[in-house]
Design a binder for this molecule. Structure first.
Ligand code: MLT
Length: 319
């Protein structure tokens, strides 16, 4: 079975796949036209991608391709409908990097409360400002975290926030038994969450229904001292409206790991108004990027491939 890997992939995973006798072509820099050409020329049975986009045109160009594996949880970068129409299955690796994303959400929360990135930047310039930085931190204990979406990641953020003695409000279309059994957490309507939370953290998937979920109207409901954290997908937040809210002081701070019009993993630059605002911190869509998460993802990819090679059954099929 010929496997084209058009993205970064753990060395461990590459070795395992070769040991199992798969014909592995590892070309992590393929994207757009170069991926289209590779799909035509190499005609793989399976394509593995992480951030690399697989739109309709690529699917149309594929020959005997039967399976696309998204080495991660979200699959908004793959046209799953076009794939299904062509008889190509798409599988993902849900839950494998959830802890990593939850850890980043907590890291952003703490970074903002203590202004850690600004403190580091000042120290690098030789500036000592104990007095100035002492006045920012409010502390997390007793503060209210509002979680929009409590799937695997949201739940893990809740557990960590509770360990920090925060109160948790959550909003989801389905109740979360674990949180409903905890008197430090409560399921509420979205508006109550937005109006009461000190920190709002987003954990819903990218889909039509969540596009620009956080817009000017929603931002207007949040508390003026509130922090917004987004580690899910850029499309969930109207980034222009967020930049305006930050400039006007409608909310105090935003910390994002994901962006509208996000560059590809192989790109070297990013431009957006929000990046230069003093009340914004950002990371480089690295929520899932811990060694342990990437090893778990590679193991799941191998499990999917083993089953597919043996039985043609597609584990974690999303289309
Ligand atoms: C995911 O969807 O699991 C992550 O966003 C993966 C990634 O960082 O590429």
């Amino acid at each position: 079975m010929k496997i084209l890997i058009a993205d970064k992939f753990e060395d461990f995973g590459l070795t395992e796949l070769k040991t199992r006798g798969f014909d592995v072509i590892f070309e992590p820099d393929l994207k757009d036209d170069s991926l289209l050409a590779a799909l035509k020329e190499k005609d793989p049975d399976v394509l593995i991608v992480r951030s690399t986009k697989v739109p309709d045109a690529m699917i149309a160009a594929a020959g005997k391709l039967g399976l696309i594996i998204r080495a991660g949880a979200g699959y908004d970068t793959i046209d799953i409908t076009a794939a299904r129409a062509k008889g190509i299955s798409v599988a993902n690796c849900p839950g494998m990097n959830s802890t990593a994303v939850a850890e980043l959400a907590m890291a952003l929360m703490l970074s903002v409360d203590r202004r850690i990135p600004d403190q580091v930047a000042d120290l690098r310039q030789g500036v000592w400002n104990k007095k100035g930085y002492a006045k920012f931190a409010r502390g997390l204990k007793g503060r209210t975290l509002g979680l929009i979406g409590v799937g695997q990641i949201g739940k893990l953020v809740a557990r960590r926030a509770l360990a920090f003695e925060m109160k948790v409000l959550y909003q989801d279309i389905v109740p979360c038994e674990e949180l409903d059994n905890d008197d430090r957490a409560r399921r509420v309507e979205r508006e109550e969450l937005l109006r009461s939370a000190d920190v709002v953290s987003l954990h819903v998937p990218a889909m039509e229904a969540t596009k620009n979920l956080i817009n000017a109207e929603v931002l207007g409901m949040m508390q003026k001292h509130a922090l917004l954290i987004n580690t899910t997908r850029g499309s969930v937040v109207d980034q222009k409206a967020l930049a305006t809210a930050l400039k006007n002081g409608d909310i105090a701070f935003a910390a994002l790991d994901v962006y509208a019009d996000e560059p590809a993993a192989t790109d070297k630059t990013i431009a957006a108004d929000i990046l230069n605002l003093p009340n914004f911190y950002g990371t480089h869509h690295v929520g899932a990027s811990t060694e342990q998460a990437q090893l778990a993802v590679a193991e799941e990819v191998i499990r999917i491939l083993d089953e597919y090679a043996k039985t043609k059954e597609v584990l974690n099929c999303v289309n």
